[in-house]
Design a binder for this molecule. Structure first.
Ligand code: ZN
Ligand code: MN
Ligand code: MN
Length: 289
Protein backbone atom coordinates (compact mmCIF):
# COMPACT_ATOMS: atom_id res chain seq x y z
CA UNK A 1 0.00 0.00 0.00
CA UNK A 2 2.84 2.36 0.68
CA UNK A 3 4.58 1.36 -2.54
CA UNK A 4 4.97 4.05 -5.17
CA UNK A 5 2.06 3.82 -7.57
CA UNK A 6 3.13 3.53 -11.20
CA UNK A 7 1.27 5.89 -13.52
CA UNK A 8 0.12 2.87 -15.51
CA UNK A 9 -1.91 1.63 -12.54
CA UNK A 10 -4.38 4.35 -11.67
CA UNK A 11 -6.04 4.14 -8.27
CA UNK A 12 -9.62 3.72 -9.46
CA UNK A 13 -12.31 2.13 -7.35
CA UNK A 14 -15.68 2.48 -5.68
CA UNK A 15 -17.56 2.79 -2.44
CA UNK A 16 -18.57 -0.74 -1.44
CA UNK A 17 -20.94 -2.23 1.11
CA UNK A 18 -19.80 -3.57 4.48
CA UNK A 19 -22.82 -5.86 4.87
CA UNK A 20 -21.61 -8.82 6.94
CA UNK A 21 -18.79 -6.77 8.49
CA UNK A 22 -16.05 -4.35 7.36
CA UNK A 23 -13.77 -7.29 6.50
CA UNK A 24 -16.22 -8.26 3.70
CA UNK A 25 -15.49 -5.06 1.72
CA UNK A 26 -12.53 -6.59 -0.09
CA UNK A 27 -14.37 -9.46 -1.80
CA UNK A 28 -16.66 -6.78 -3.29
CA UNK A 29 -13.68 -4.69 -4.35
CA UNK A 30 -12.12 -7.71 -6.07
CA UNK A 31 -15.43 -8.48 -7.80
CA UNK A 32 -15.41 -5.09 -9.53
CA UNK A 33 -11.65 -4.98 -10.20
CA UNK A 34 -11.03 -2.00 -7.92
CA UNK A 35 -7.59 -0.74 -6.88
CA UNK A 36 -9.13 1.62 -4.30
CA UNK A 37 -12.15 1.36 -2.01
CA UNK A 38 -14.27 3.49 0.23
CA UNK A 39 -16.35 2.06 3.07
CA UNK A 40 -18.48 3.14 5.98
CA UNK A 41 -16.98 2.11 9.31
CA UNK A 42 -20.38 1.09 10.68
CA UNK A 43 -24.05 1.54 9.83
CA UNK A 44 -24.05 5.11 8.44
CA UNK A 45 -27.52 6.00 9.67
CA UNK A 46 -27.02 5.09 13.34
CA UNK A 47 -25.19 7.01 16.06
CA UNK A 48 -23.69 4.00 17.79
CA UNK A 49 -22.35 0.56 17.00
CA UNK A 50 -20.54 -2.21 18.87
CA UNK A 51 -16.75 -1.83 18.87
CA UNK A 52 -14.91 -4.15 16.45
CA UNK A 53 -13.75 -7.40 17.97
CA UNK A 54 -10.11 -8.42 17.50
CA UNK A 55 -11.08 -11.07 14.97
CA UNK A 56 -12.74 -8.46 12.70
CA UNK A 57 -9.68 -6.20 12.77
CA UNK A 58 -7.35 -9.13 12.08
CA UNK A 59 -9.48 -10.35 9.16
CA UNK A 60 -9.82 -6.84 7.76
CA UNK A 61 -6.05 -6.44 7.60
CA UNK A 62 -5.48 -9.93 6.23
CA UNK A 63 -8.13 -9.53 3.53
CA UNK A 64 -6.77 -6.10 2.59
CA UNK A 65 -3.25 -7.47 2.16
CA UNK A 66 -4.43 -10.45 0.11
CA UNK A 67 -6.78 -8.36 -2.06
CA UNK A 68 -4.08 -6.31 -3.78
CA UNK A 69 -6.26 -3.25 -3.15
CA UNK A 70 -3.88 -0.38 -2.57
CA UNK A 71 -6.01 2.31 -0.98
CA UNK A 72 -8.96 2.37 1.39
CA UNK A 73 -10.82 5.48 2.53
CA UNK A 74 -13.62 5.61 5.05
CA UNK A 75 -16.68 7.87 4.91
CA UNK A 76 -18.33 9.24 8.03
CA UNK A 77 -21.96 8.60 9.02
CA UNK A 78 -24.74 10.83 7.74
CA UNK A 79 -25.91 11.89 11.20
CA UNK A 80 -22.74 13.72 12.19
CA UNK A 81 -22.95 17.53 11.99
CA UNK A 82 -19.90 19.37 13.31
CA UNK A 83 -21.66 22.68 12.60
CA UNK A 84 -24.82 21.97 14.59
CA UNK A 85 -26.05 24.95 16.64
CA UNK A 86 -27.87 22.55 19.01
CA UNK A 87 -25.26 21.72 21.65
CA UNK A 88 -26.71 18.26 22.26
CA UNK A 89 -26.39 17.29 18.58
CA UNK A 90 -22.99 18.96 18.36
CA UNK A 91 -21.73 16.96 21.35
CA UNK A 92 -23.09 13.72 19.91
CA UNK A 93 -21.47 14.52 16.57
CA UNK A 94 -18.01 15.13 18.03
CA UNK A 95 -18.31 11.94 20.08
CA UNK A 96 -19.45 9.93 17.02
CA UNK A 97 -16.63 11.26 14.86
CA UNK A 98 -14.08 10.47 17.56
CA UNK A 99 -15.41 6.88 17.53
CA UNK A 100 -15.04 6.77 13.75
CA UNK A 101 -11.48 8.12 13.90
CA UNK A 102 -10.64 5.37 16.40
CA UNK A 103 -12.18 2.74 14.12
CA UNK A 104 -10.27 4.03 11.08
CA UNK A 105 -7.05 4.05 13.09
CA UNK A 106 -7.67 0.49 14.29
CA UNK A 107 -8.12 -0.68 10.70
CA UNK A 108 -5.10 1.24 9.40
CA UNK A 109 -7.24 3.40 7.07
CA UNK A 110 -5.32 6.59 6.14
CA UNK A 111 -8.24 8.86 5.30
CA UNK A 112 -11.68 9.51 6.79
CA UNK A 113 -13.84 11.60 4.45
CA UNK A 114 -16.32 13.82 6.25
CA UNK A 115 -18.94 16.34 5.22
CA UNK A 116 -17.90 19.59 6.92
CA UNK A 117 -21.33 20.25 8.44
CA UNK A 118 -24.51 22.33 8.23
CA UNK A 119 -25.26 25.62 9.95
CA UNK A 120 -29.00 24.81 10.25
CA UNK A 121 -30.04 28.45 9.96
CA UNK A 122 -27.43 29.86 12.34
CA UNK A 123 -25.44 31.48 9.53
CA UNK A 124 -22.40 30.43 7.50
CA UNK A 125 -19.65 32.06 9.55
CA UNK A 126 -21.06 30.73 12.83
CA UNK A 127 -21.24 27.29 11.22
CA UNK A 128 -17.65 27.43 9.99
CA UNK A 129 -16.51 28.55 13.43
CA UNK A 130 -18.26 25.59 15.09
CA UNK A 131 -16.86 23.12 12.55
CA UNK A 132 -13.33 24.42 13.13
CA UNK A 133 -13.78 24.25 16.92
CA UNK A 134 -15.16 20.70 16.71
CA UNK A 135 -12.15 19.66 14.63
CA UNK A 136 -9.77 21.31 17.08
CA UNK A 137 -11.31 19.26 19.90
CA UNK A 138 -11.09 16.07 17.86
CA UNK A 139 -7.49 16.65 16.82
CA UNK A 140 -6.51 17.07 20.46
CA UNK A 141 -8.50 13.97 21.50
CA UNK A 142 -6.84 11.90 18.76
CA UNK A 143 -3.32 13.34 18.96
CA UNK A 144 -0.81 10.95 17.39
CA UNK A 145 -3.35 9.24 15.12
CA UNK A 146 -2.22 8.65 11.58
CA UNK A 147 -5.64 8.84 9.95
CA UNK A 148 -6.30 12.15 8.20
CA UNK A 149 -9.67 13.89 8.20
CA UNK A 150 -10.58 14.74 4.61
CA UNK A 151 -13.12 17.53 4.26
CA UNK A 152 -15.40 16.87 1.30
CA UNK A 153 -16.54 19.60 -1.07
CA UNK A 154 -20.34 19.58 -0.96
CA UNK A 155 -23.06 20.49 -3.46
CA UNK A 156 -24.42 23.05 -0.97
CA UNK A 157 -27.90 21.61 -0.49
CA UNK A 158 -29.95 23.22 2.27
CA UNK A 159 -27.63 24.75 4.87
CA UNK A 160 -24.67 22.47 4.10
CA UNK A 161 -21.33 24.23 4.24
CA UNK A 162 -18.35 23.27 2.08
CA UNK A 163 -19.79 24.25 -1.31
CA UNK A 164 -17.21 27.04 -1.62
CA UNK A 165 -13.51 26.19 -1.61
CA UNK A 166 -13.14 29.18 0.71
CA UNK A 167 -15.22 27.37 3.36
CA UNK A 168 -12.70 24.54 3.44
CA UNK A 169 -9.81 27.01 3.43
CA UNK A 170 -11.29 28.90 6.40
CA UNK A 171 -11.79 25.69 8.36
CA UNK A 172 -8.24 24.46 7.64
CA UNK A 173 -6.80 27.88 8.55
CA UNK A 174 -8.39 27.68 11.98
CA UNK A 175 -7.30 24.19 13.10
CA UNK A 176 -4.17 23.52 15.09
CA UNK A 177 -2.79 20.59 13.12
CA UNK A 178 -3.53 21.35 9.46
CA UNK A 179 -1.26 18.48 8.38
CA UNK A 180 -3.92 16.12 9.70
CA UNK A 181 -6.58 17.65 7.45
CA UNK A 182 -6.97 16.70 3.79
CA UNK A 183 -9.57 17.45 1.16
CA UNK A 184 -11.88 15.18 -0.85
CA UNK A 185 -13.11 16.55 -4.14
CA UNK A 186 -16.41 15.06 -5.26
CA UNK A 187 -16.78 15.91 -8.95
CA UNK A 188 -20.59 15.94 -8.79
CA UNK A 189 -20.61 18.20 -5.73
CA UNK A 190 -17.97 20.57 -7.15
CA UNK A 191 -19.97 21.02 -10.36
CA UNK A 192 -23.37 21.33 -8.64
CA UNK A 193 -21.76 23.91 -6.34
CA UNK A 194 -21.01 26.05 -9.38
CA UNK A 195 -17.43 25.14 -10.38
CA UNK A 196 -17.22 24.27 -14.07
CA UNK A 197 -14.50 21.96 -15.43
CA UNK A 198 -16.00 20.61 -18.63
CA UNK A 199 -13.50 22.27 -20.98
CA UNK A 200 -9.70 22.62 -20.78
CA UNK A 201 -10.11 26.34 -19.94
CA UNK A 202 -12.68 25.90 -17.17
CA UNK A 203 -10.82 22.85 -15.83
CA UNK A 204 -7.61 24.85 -15.56
CA UNK A 205 -9.40 27.76 -13.89
CA UNK A 206 -11.25 25.61 -11.33
CA UNK A 207 -8.24 23.53 -10.34
CA UNK A 208 -6.06 26.62 -10.18
CA UNK A 209 -8.48 27.81 -7.48
CA UNK A 210 -8.11 24.47 -5.71
CA UNK A 211 -4.32 24.86 -5.76
CA UNK A 212 -4.39 28.50 -4.65
CA UNK A 213 -6.95 28.17 -1.86
CA UNK A 214 -6.20 24.67 -0.55
CA UNK A 215 -2.95 23.51 -2.13
CA UNK A 216 -2.81 20.68 -4.65
CA UNK A 217 -1.19 18.36 -2.08
CA UNK A 218 -4.16 18.79 0.22
CA UNK A 219 -6.34 16.75 -2.18
CA UNK A 220 -6.12 13.17 -0.90
CA UNK A 221 -9.05 11.59 -2.72
CA UNK A 222 -11.58 12.26 -5.48
CA UNK A 223 -15.15 11.02 -5.59
CA UNK A 224 -15.77 10.36 -9.29
CA UNK A 225 -19.46 10.96 -9.87
CA UNK A 226 -21.27 12.54 -12.81
CA UNK A 227 -24.05 14.97 -11.89
CA UNK A 228 -27.72 14.58 -12.74
CA UNK A 229 -28.31 18.29 -12.12
CA UNK A 230 -26.72 21.30 -13.76
CA UNK A 231 -23.84 23.65 -12.95
CA UNK A 232 -24.61 25.65 -9.81
CA UNK A 233 -27.88 23.76 -9.16
CA UNK A 234 -26.69 22.98 -5.61
CA UNK A 235 -28.53 19.68 -5.88
CA UNK A 236 -26.60 16.51 -4.99
CA UNK A 237 -27.66 13.73 -7.40
CA UNK A 238 -25.00 11.36 -8.68
CA UNK A 239 -25.10 9.93 -12.22
CA UNK A 240 -23.12 7.25 -14.06
CA UNK A 241 -19.87 8.53 -15.57
CA UNK A 242 -20.59 10.27 -18.87
CA UNK A 243 -24.36 10.06 -18.43
CA UNK A 244 -24.90 13.28 -16.48
CA UNK A 245 -24.42 17.01 -16.93
CA UNK A 246 -20.65 16.78 -16.47
CA UNK A 247 -20.04 14.42 -19.37
CA UNK A 248 -16.98 12.43 -20.41
CA UNK A 249 -14.73 15.38 -21.26
CA UNK A 250 -14.63 16.57 -17.62
CA UNK A 251 -13.52 13.11 -16.49
CA UNK A 252 -11.00 12.86 -19.31
CA UNK A 253 -9.42 16.13 -18.15
CA UNK A 254 -9.27 14.90 -14.56
CA UNK A 255 -7.86 11.46 -15.38
CA UNK A 256 -5.25 12.93 -17.67
CA UNK A 257 -4.19 15.59 -15.16
CA UNK A 258 -0.72 14.42 -14.16
CA UNK A 259 -0.73 16.44 -10.95
CA UNK A 260 -3.51 14.17 -9.63
CA UNK A 261 -2.44 10.88 -11.22
CA UNK A 262 -1.54 9.29 -7.88
CA UNK A 263 -4.69 10.53 -6.08
CA UNK A 264 -7.34 7.77 -5.73
CA UNK A 265 -10.63 8.25 -7.61
CA UNK A 266 -13.61 6.50 -6.13
CA UNK A 267 -17.09 5.98 -7.62
CA UNK A 268 -20.20 6.74 -5.61
CA UNK A 269 -22.51 6.20 -8.55
CA UNK A 270 -25.76 4.18 -8.46
CA UNK A 271 -25.01 0.47 -8.05
CA UNK A 272 -26.52 -2.99 -7.90
CA UNK A 273 -25.48 -5.91 -5.67
CA UNK A 274 -23.58 -7.68 -8.42
CA UNK A 275 -21.20 -4.81 -9.11
CA UNK A 276 -22.23 -4.64 -12.78
CA UNK A 277 -22.63 -0.88 -12.77
CA UNK A 278 -19.39 -0.27 -10.89
CA UNK A 279 -17.53 -2.42 -13.43
CA UNK A 280 -19.16 -0.45 -16.23
CA UNK A 281 -18.20 2.94 -14.74
CA UNK A 282 -14.64 1.78 -13.99
CA UNK A 283 -14.28 0.62 -17.59
CA UNK A 284 -15.47 4.05 -18.78
CA UNK A 285 -12.91 5.80 -16.56
CA UNK A 286 -10.09 3.50 -17.70
CA UNK A 287 -11.04 4.20 -21.29
CA UNK A 288 -10.26 7.88 -20.71
CA UNK A 289 -6.67 7.34 -19.59
ZN1 ZN B 1 -19.69 12.29 1.00
MN1 MN C 1 -18.89 12.13 -2.21
MN1 MN D 1 -23.26 13.36 -2.98
Amino acid sequence: MSAVTPVSLPLLGAHVSIAGGVQRAFERGIQIGAAALQIFLKNASQWKAKPYDEETVREFKKNWKESGIRFVAAHDSYLINLGAPDSLILGKSVEALRDELERAEQLGIPCLVIHPGSHVGSGESAGIERIANSLKTLLVQTAGFRVQICLEVTAGQGTNLGYRLEHLQQIIDRVIAPERIGVCIDTCHLFAAGYDFRSPETYRETFQQVRTLLGGDRVKVFHANDSLKGLGSRVDRHAHIGQGQLGLEAFRLLLQDRSFCSVPKILETPKDDLGTEDRMNLAVLRGLL
